[in-house]
Ligand binder design. Sequence first.
Ligand code: CP3
Length: 348
Amino acid sequence: MAEPHLAEKKILRVLSGETISPPPIWLMRQAGRYLPEYRELRAKASSFLEFCYTPELAAEATLQPIRRFGFDAAIIFSDILVVPDAFGQKVWFESGAGPRLTPIADAADLTRLRATIDLNRLAPVFDAIGRVKRDLPKETALIGFCGAPFTVAAYMVAGESSSDQAPARLLAYRDPGLFQELIDRLVLGSIDYLARQIEAGVEIVQIFDSWAGMLPEEQFARWCVAPVRAIIEAMRERHADVKIIAFPRRAGLALPEFAASTGADALGLDAAVDPFAAAKLIAPATALQGNLDPLALVAGGDALREATARILSAFAGRLHIFNLGHGILPETPIAHVEALLAQVRSGC
Ligand code: CP3
């Protein structure tokens, strides 16, 4: 019999195989700059990483969207780039320019990093998880996360954001042994990091493979499917109860095979995926999460209503968690988030 506290959390019910109508909802990047209370809190830390590593601030940022909107899940406030930081790579965020890292170009650069992740450096994340657990409503699930190895490696190699991830893809072609070594370290580091998040109290983990869609098929199999599968297999051995969502953004036609090979409980779908096709092609035991275009949420009105209705009808009768197809945009009006929630909770 399911424990009563589990039964109250709709997302856990869906991830355990129960179809729920209307579906539960949370939004990727639901804590962030579109919220005035987030901007005020963010001003208290001198850098974005310091903000992530201050447990009181990270816990408060996690809870803000729950208080305002009552989403069905909270996601711990942090960033995927704390992992390179915990491997000893220099990471910083330049306002307006995004993340910066000292790039990894060759074997000597990789040698300068730690061979294993320094979990002590990430202790503030585990502390923040404990704080959030104490204050979260009993019906709200808590999600932990990490970046998938390929996506994190893409930032580690380029040292900055890139629209096509050419630096990482070139390194993978020119020196596959070196790239494999980087991916292998990230697989092991991600397993340890996620396991500690679970031990600190998260019930679900999401693996963000934001740049998976940049890779040709056989590169995708090697650098995305295999590492994510290795992480999921290890999590199942260590924490049989944890639910796992994988988000291989822009993976397109490779999605059904990705779902089958990795064994994720749910697949995050980006907005380019036709929800009717996904509902047909992906095995019904895999829950589907998504996939509203973040720009439809910025636009609001008919565009938002129609796109939302289409997603609800495509996934009716399926294991579905409503979400965006990518992170919420800073220019999103709060009234549009309220309208979306009202529509999803009305079920049509
Ligand atoms: O609310 C949540 O979803 C939890 C927090 C969260 C952040 N980043 C906070 C953040 C999560 C889950 C992430 C994941 C993340 N970070 C991804 C994967 C998802 C995706 O969007 O593709 C990636 C690729 C990153 C790396 C990253 N972090 C970039 C490229 C940037 C700069 C772009 C930007 O939006 O500014 C960040 C910074 C960042 N991470 C911010 C937030 C709220 C904005 C910085 C700020 O508030 O000062």
